[in-house]
Write a protein that binds this ligand. Structure first.
Ligand SMILES: Nc1ncnc2c1ncn2[C@@H]1O[C@H](COP(=O)(O)OP(=O)(O)OP(=O)(O)O)[C@@H](O)[C@H]1O
Ligand SMILES: [Mg+2]
Length: 374
């Protein structure tokens, strides 16, 4: 899939911006604080309904204005459609070919995207919540049912936590837990199975990519670390449910004392190992970076296999950070088949690009297409 154009109105430091896009490579060059990331942020917002760097949508409204608008023509499986997002009166409104979507979350899946930014380099090193967010978004983009399950699950956790606190304070009886436990177990087990399944596929792809990037010297291994202490064979919903049930039974007192739900997908993590060493704890920065890159490339193939088409790829400030052999490898993967958006402060930080491309100069919220034969 690819975007043919992008239109921004009053988004961040852009008043009006209209860009014709290259279906292969789009490179944004400019000094710091000129608006390169803002363009990628707009595309990501159109793809997922959220920004990759803020939870506060109003921050993205141009300071002199009170609303913003983004639109794009998208080509997906040889079909073209228009997607529009308007943020006004603190609400996001999305239209596909002029038809208003009932819920913002229905937006997921129209533009499939993968973003790789300096933040993502922290995927390996950062807190478990980052890795949960990663796997959640990955599955949500291809399975809206999963997204609904997650929303529902979060509600249950909130209510169950309240109840646990009430029981601790003697305001509710333990019997009330039965109903909530059942819901927690049912939904939680479904979510875990979906994650196991996705991670299974992702880890095979990531290992392959990683081997190639490291010239076969290192082996990456991703595994799901569950708060339920699942073993490798515990992969069916039924099996997980029964372990979950047991876990809640033996730890009921502990959960009441703490007043929070201690077990379930909201407490799980993904373990990254290279040559059998936990690189979150012991990996070098380069190793963590390479693992993150391998995972991103795996995501591309994973999405391709799930939706039958490659997503678009947003590379914010990371391409120029890779050494030249990794840049070359990445370009080989993209190779005229994945629409890619790259930002960099200097064109000569980029490996010589032979590919079909557009290069844009970004300066103070204005964008000019330039010809540069790097
Ligand atoms: N809501 C807003 N309204 C107007 N301008 C904004 C708004 N939010 C951010 N900006 C401006 O946008 C610019 C930052 O844009 P962006 O993050 O895209 O920079 P960049 O070109 O990616 O820089 P870097 O190379 O440092 O990453 C800053 O000048 C900032 O003041
Ligand atoms: Mg930037």
């Amino acid at each position: 899939m690819y975007l043919t154009n992008l239109f921004l109105k009053n988004f961040r430091n852009y008043h009006t911006l209209e860009l014709k896009l290259n279906r292969n490579l789009n490179i944004f060059i400019g000094n710091n604080a000129q608006g390169k990331t803002n363009i990628l942020e707009a595309i990501y917002l159109l793809s997922t309904g959220d920004s990759h760097r803020t939870n506060v949508t109003s921050e993205m409204v141009n300071w002199q204005q009170d609303s913003f608008y983004i639109s794009s023509l998208v080509n997906k499986k040889e079909q073209e459609f228009e997607i529009e997002l308007l943020f006004k009166n603190r609400k996001k409104e999305v239209k596909i070919n002029d038809n208003k979507l009932k819920k913002l979350e229905d937006l997921l899946g129209y533009i499939n995207s993968i973003i790789f930014s300096p933040e993502d380099l922290k995927l390996v090193k950062g807190s478990p919540s980052k890795r949960r967010k990663f796997i959640n978004l990955e599955i949500s983009q291809i399975n809206s049912y999963y997204y609904h399950n997650l929303q529902e699950y979060r509600k249950i956790i909130r209510q169950r936590n309240n109840l646990l606190k009430e029981i601790r304070e003697g305001k509710s009886s333990k019997d009330m837990l039965v109903v909530w436990n059942q819901q927690l177990i049912n939904l939680g087990s479904k979510i875990i199975t979906k994650r196991l399944n996705a991670l299974d596929k992702l880890s095979i792809l990531a290992r392959l990519m990683h081997r190639k990037i490291t010239d076969g010297l290192e082996t990456l291994d991703l595994s799901y670390q569950s708060s339920l202490d699942l073993s490798k064979d515990d992969t069916t919903v039924e099996k997980i449910k029964s372990i979950f049930t047991e876990k809640l039974k033996t730890n009921q007192q502990k959960e009441i004392q703490r007043g929070v739900s201690l077990f379930g997908p909201h407490r799980d993590d993904i373990l990254f190992k290279v040559n059998d060493i936990n690189i979150r704890k012991f990996g070098s920065q380069g190793q963590q970076r390479t693992a993150a890159l391998a995972l991103k490339l795996a995501e591309l193939e994973f999405m391709k296999s799930e939706i039958g088409e490659y997503p678009i790829l947003l590379l914010d400030d990371v391409f120029s950070e890779l050494d030249s052999s990794r840049q070359r490898y990445l370009l080989k993967v993209i190779e005229n088949k994945i629409q890619t958006f790259i930002t960099s402060t200097e064109i000569n930080k980029l490996h010589k690009l032979e590919e079909n491309k557009n290069i844009y100069q970004v300066k103070g919220g204005k964008v000019m297409e330039t010809t540069y034969n790097g």
